[in-house]
Design a protein around this ligand. Structure first.
Ligand code: CA
Length: 229
């Protein structure tokens, strides 16, 4: 599970979770299973899943894209909050990871709300753009390979409706965006220099981007809420 900056304030964090987190047995089982995998740091923390669920409710989103499905925790949380005619288009390249996701979507009874597309996400996004789906998407959750974040950002803005919401995960990259060299020793090993430079560049771009409204949250590993004007 990702460790957020606020995790250093363990007592506060524990209080927050005790007084806000609602995680049922199915989500807990999926969390525990994923935490036994080598890629466990890619799983969002449960409070972030609950936050995504609330964002779906607040925006009344019906057409959602998730860029980076992994084992399905976030898509499961979002799908449960979607109306019966809502749909998540889930983009990932890993059959192994998404097979786990599929199992839990089925058990939660939300499989019919999730359209999984196994291909490089940029290809899938370009296909949607080519199929005249620009300006049709209500909400996009971006949580895929960080080295491509600038590209994902532009594709996402094309696909979102005016007023649509882009939720970008890991915008702080364990604090490494603050000072690129600082965390070389204790950073997760797969966090590449290229990914730090890319995410930092995207953060710098968005704050000056007149096409969007913006809030950056310090929840989890940093989450930017970007609303297309
Ligand atoms: Ca993430």
């Amino acid at each position: 599970m990702e460790k957020g900056l606020l995790d250093q304030y363990a007592d506060v964090k524990n209080y927050v979770l005790k007084h806000s987190l609602r995680q049922d047995d199915l989500l807990k089982e999926l969390q525990d299973l994923t935490q036994n995998m080598p890629e466990k740091s890619m799983q969002i923390p449960p409070e972030q899943g609950q936050f995504l669920s609330m964002l779906i409710q607040l925006t009344a989103a019906k057409k959602v894209i998730e860029i980076g499905v992994f084992t399905g925790y976030s898509s499961l949380c979002m799908a449960r909050s979607l109306p019966a005619d809502g749909k998540i288009i889930g983009l990932d390249v890993s059959e192994e990871w998404t097979n786990i996701a599929k199992t839990y979507w089925q058990r939660a009874g939300v499989s019919d709300k999730i359209d999984l597309r196994l291909a490089p996400a940029i290809e899938s996004l370009d296909t949607m753009i080519a199929n005249n789906e620009t300006e049709t998407v209500d909400l996009i959750f971006l949580d895929a390979d960080k080295e491509k974040y600038l590209t994902y950002y532009e594709r996402s803005l094309s696909l979102l409706k005016s007023g649509g919401l882009l939720v970008i995960d890991n915008v702080l990259l364990f604090g490494s965006v603050v000072k690129h060299d600082r965390l070389e020793d204790d950073m997760p090993s797969k966090l590449s220099k290229a990914s730090i430079i890319e995410v930092d560049a995207l953060n710098k771009k968005i704050v000056d981007d007149d096409r969007v409204d913006l809030t950056m949250l310090t929840m989890a590993d940093g989450i930017s809420l970007v609303r297309k004007k």
